[in-house]
Design a protein around this ligand. Sequence first.
Ligand code: ZN
Length: 424
Amino acid sequence: MLKGKLYTQAVNGRVRVYFMQQGMPGEDPNTPVRIYRKLADTISFSFGMAGDAMGNWVEYIDNMKLTDPGVTCVFEGQLPYAYTFCEYMDADVEIGHCYVYWVVSQGADNTVLGPTACRVRDPEVWWGHKRTVAELEKLAAEYPDLIEMKQYGETTMHRPMYALHIGNRKKVVAVAGAVHASEPGPELLVRAVRHIIKMRPDLLDKVGLAMLPTINIDVREETVNGTPHYLRKNHNGVDLNRNFPWEWKEDFVYGVSNTIPESSTYHGPYAGSENESRAAMAFVDAVVPAALFVYDSSSVITEDTLLFDGEPADGPSYDYANVVANIYSKGFRADHPGCGTFTAAPVSFPPELDCFAETGKPTATFEGWAYYKYFCPAFSLQSSNSKEGCCNDDDQVPLERLEQWSLRHAYALIAVMEFLAKEA
Ligand SMILES: [Zn+2]
């Protein structure tokens, strides 16, 4: 007899469909089933701004019916059964598409589980925790004299949070990713760091790098596992980029109060309440960076719109931050081989985003906290809406674009590191 709910997980370009069955004593619990599927590409990654709640998509999926057009039976019979779980591996799916599943018992109970939706993403483009740790270990093993891998705390679900320290430890550029779950992280940053190590080992002697590739590790797993829509908050439902102890207070960015737990920008029960925020702070406290770049955009890549929120025009490093931002942007946009073309409106610093015009800028952010603690230039990197990047609310960035944009960020970071190397 079917129990509970229907689960799905994207695994290396296939979909694992699984559920529980239990029987009365003496009864065979493994009832034959039918599995139904519908292609559901209408479910998009995100709609509108990053701050939008995603509840609408959950309801959209919940309201799909077995009798809807396009629903077909993809399996009929008895599935392998182990420890109350039945599993069906659907290999007849394609990367880039979204599928909705149901399972219907063919026993006396006629139970229906589902609908449950799964998006099949390219596993080279979106990396989960396991892949990320393997890539960090691999990189550290390749350059044992250059790289140290260190743990800074653990996530809400107790996954270890690792960072790499590369090269010089006194003057350091820090990079961090995925403070929001479905945003740029390890895939972009590990690739960029690899380029820098290959291209400029000399420079790393003078200015080091420190990388915390994924902050919201737990919920990013859900994106990698196939949750179709954009995800933002951590496992406790807290927007980590509103949880840092700098100006931690009520704000209304994206039109919602960050004090409401159901809002997409909920700032948590108190400043620095979350394991992930505390680990990110421990990372910055250990590094004391000369500059911090937080890669942030509702996609797997981001561009050169560098926000320095929280930094007032009369602040002590405002002009300096402006200089650094311009250097980064120039390096990012330069015409280097292997980077493809980049077609976007010029960005001026500090950029003013329409989405903050009426509501004010976000507070209690990671980069804002780092800026006020160390007065280092600290930025959140957003999309510049380039034609090629198509990275405003899009989870379908092709691998080629991810490769090109990671190289662009490598050149941008090299430009900043060269500038810092010249400084006393
Ligand atoms: Zn974000």
